[in-house]
Structure formats: C-alpha cells, structure tokens
Design a protein around this ligand. Structure first.
Ligand SMILES: [Zn+2]
Length: 421
C-alpha cells in the first residue's frame, strides 16, 4: 500500500508540468493529433502509482496496456518530450506505423474490408452478422436475433438473445455481454461469438450449459463499434484505430452518461484517443446500448443483473468505479464493493487474470461499468483479455490463439451467470 497523500502531492506537480507542456501552443490550438506521423510505441517507467498513471493517460497519449506498474503507450514526439520533462522514463520499443505494417503484411485490394492474410479466422462485420444469423437459424428455440439500433455509419448493432423459450420474456435473471467497444480489440468480437456458440451448440450435450440457458436470459452484442472495427481492417491493413467513426472519432467507453467527463479520466479534444464526445451518449452506439438496457426495466425493476464488457489487452478483471480512487462512493457502499471484489476475484482465479478496481490502473470517467452500476445496479465488469503485455501488436494476436483465449473465460462467464441469480 502506498501513502496516498505523498503520491498525490508528487502527481499534482507532475500534472502541472504536463499542463505546461501541452498548453504551450497558441490559444485555441489542440494538442498534437494522434493522426500525426512518427508516432512511437514506448514503455513508460516511473508511473508506479495510479495518480501518476492518470497523469500519463491525461497527457493525451494512447495507452495500449498497463501491467505491474509499467505502461505501454503510443506517443507523438511532443508528447514523449512532455512526459520525459515531467520525470517519466520512456523507452521507445518501436515505431507505431512500422509495427502495424509489419503485422499486416501485404495489403489486400482497396475496398476489401477484411483481415490480413493469416488472420481470416477473425470475423469482420459481415461474417459476424452471418454467424449470428446461423445461430438463430440452427437453434430457433434457443437463439433469437435482433438489433439495438444503428451505428453512426448506419450498421445494425446486432444482438442475440439466448434462453430456453427464447421468444418469451420469462421471469429469469438476465445477463449482458458486450464486445468490441474499441475498434481494434478484435479478439473481443471472437469472445462474444464464442459465448454464442457455446450456449447454443453445447446445449444438448452439456448439462451445465443447459442448466444456465434454462434459468437465464443471455444477451450478447458482439460489436458495439462496428464502424471503427471495419475501418481498422479496411484494405487488409491494421490501423490501430480505437474510437468510433463520428467526426474524428469518439471513444465510446468515455461517452457513457454517469459522471461523464467529471474527473480527468477522458479528453475534451476530438483528436484524443479518449475523446468523450460533445455530450453524454453523443455516440449513437452507446446511446443504442443504453436504451436497450433501459428497456429491460420491467415493472420498475431492471432485469439485467450482471454484465461483462470485453476489451483487450492486459489480462485484467476490472470493476467500478473508474472515476474515483475510493473503494466506496455514492451508490457504492462497502458491502456492494465487497461483492464486486469477491465475484471479480473468483472469476480471476479461473482465467489467471489480475483482479482490481478499474481506478487502480488510472482514472476513467464516462465508462460503461460506472454507468451500468450507478444507473441500473448491474454488476458490471470489464475483462481485458490476452495478451498480458505487448506493444500495438497486443491488439492483433495471431488467429491461432482465438480458441484458447476465448475458452479461457468459460468458467468466469459461468460464475457471473450464476451470480446473477
Ligand atoms: Zn478497450
């Protein structure tokens, strides 16, 4: 345990320095765009406490992963200089664009939105849609397809419901799984599709699966951000894209409506990777999912009891709140915090991830978990999937790991489904 007061003092100084570094440009100018050339991938050392990591994230760099006190970030030369001036040690481990190009291999024909050769097992939007249609067609008594709305570019935000008597709204605890809020985190789409496959194709043969499907209503949204996801693979070249495709892109996971933009855990600059948007739920994608969740309030009571939002990477199980370092806060008493911790740790024991409160990493505001819990009392977790650490390539593990890394969460998913009772 660190002494919070001393660290906070040091961080105030750090933040001050970063403010100086980023406000030196003329009035009205924005910090350097993430679209700028010559972005480097860096390991940041010296950010060993959460307030220091919040300062690093708040400087506008693109945080790729956080592990064991180290951070991997993408930074422009100006941002790297600013962080060094603030006392952080940065070691460049690669060039962002070169690493992406190396990982992508030869470009596909322009206009072909698909994964690069070798990564065909990943599902693009059309393939994801087809997989959901196939599940609904092959298991009509168990699976039903719908949409929660449309993305900014007009794509359906497909959802699959899985339950026995799927056409009826039964009085059973409901659990929601969402994936791919962040475009480049393609392994999460596979995670949601794995859940679909498991709870349909194994229903007949696996008594544990059958028991869960019979006693729960399971909602699965494999791509919350299909526009960003398709853009990220356009032309068969990975782009390291995180946000949606509205203007310069809004970070969906800073756009949720609880304590939106409150606490230095998001950015007001459209060029930033953590741009929160001009107002809460300004992103059609978060608005649509939030409206769906709101529609599950039946007779004054929210039917969805539990939720996992899948991300990559760092191998973490995270729980709210993200906007404050405190374990308890309005809407989260000690007993509720303990329940989050207990179930989070139980799940983490099964997949080997590290369990912690989200803000133990750094402050985020406008995240899905804070909103789900504060507004709807939903036991809402974030899973940061494989790999444990890495550079920009951490978002693009080889397709060969998909079966192993999705099945790795089977027991954790079952624990949450049971806890929802
Ligand atoms: Zn993410």
């Amino acid at each position: 345990m660190f002494t919070k007061r001393r660290v906070l003092g040091g961080v105030a100084a750090t933040i001050g320095l970063i403010m100086v570094a980023t406000t030196a440009s003329p009035a009205g100018a924005q910090p350097e765009s993430q679209d700028a050339p010559q972005r480097g991938v860096y390991e940041v050392r010296g950010a060993t406490a959460a307030p220091e990591r919040t300062a690093v994230a708040g400087s506008g760099v693109d945080v790729l992963g956080v592990r064991d006190g180290g951070m991997t970030v993408v930074a422009s030369p100006d941002q790297a200089r600013g962080l060094r001036a603030s006392g952080f040690a940065l070691e460049q481990v690669g060039d962002f664009d070169a690493m992406l190009a190396r990982r992508s291999g030869e470009a596909r024909a322009a206009g072909v939105n698909d994964f690069p050769p070798g990564d065909e097992a990943y599902h693009n939007y059309a393939e994801m849609t087809a997989a959901l249609r196939a599940a609904a067609r092959d298991y009509p008594d168990l699976a039903r397809m719908s949409s929660v709305g449309r993305s900014y570019e007009g794509r359906e935000l497909h959802m699959l419901k899985i339950s026995d008597n799927v056409a009826q709204d039964e009085d059973e605890p409901e659990v929601l799984f969402t994936c791919n809020q962040h475009a480049r985190e393609h392994l999460t789409t596979e995670m949601c599709l794995h859940i679909v496959d498991r709870f349909t194709s194994e229903y007949a043969g696996d008594p544990a699966v059958r028991q869960l499907v019979d006693s729960r209503e399971i909602w699965i949204i494999p791509q919350v951000n299909p526009d960003g996801s398709e853009y990220d693979i356009a032309g068969g070249q990975y782009k390291g894209w995180r946000k949606n495709r509205q203007g310069r892109g809004t970070d969906p996971n800073r756009n949720w409506g609880y304590r939106w933009g409150c606490c230095g855990g998001s950015s007001g600059y459209p060029s930033s990777q953590t741009y929160r948007g001009p107002s809460p739920f300004s992103a059609p994608e978060t608005r649509a999912v939030a409206d769906f969740v709101g529609s599950r309030v039946v007779g004054g009571s929210q039917q969805i009891a539990a939720h996992i939002d899948f991300h990559t990477f760092s191998e973490l199980v995270l729980w709210p709140y993200g906007y404050t370092y405190a374990d308890t806060a309005p809407g989260m008493n000690a007993e509720q915090a303990r329940r989050f911790q207990d179930i989070g740790r139980q799940m983490a024991r099964t997949n080997g991830y590290t369990p912690q409160q989200s803000s133990d990493l750094y402050i985020t505001d406008g995240s899905v978990n804070d909103w789900m819990w504060a507004e709807h009392g939903i036991l809402s977790y974030t899973f940061e999937m494989y790999p444990r650490s890495g550079g920009i390539g951490g978002f693009y593990p080889p397709a060969s790991v998909i079966p192993r890394e999705t099945a790795r969460n089977d027991d954790a998913v079952d624990i949450l489904l049971r806890a929802a009772g």
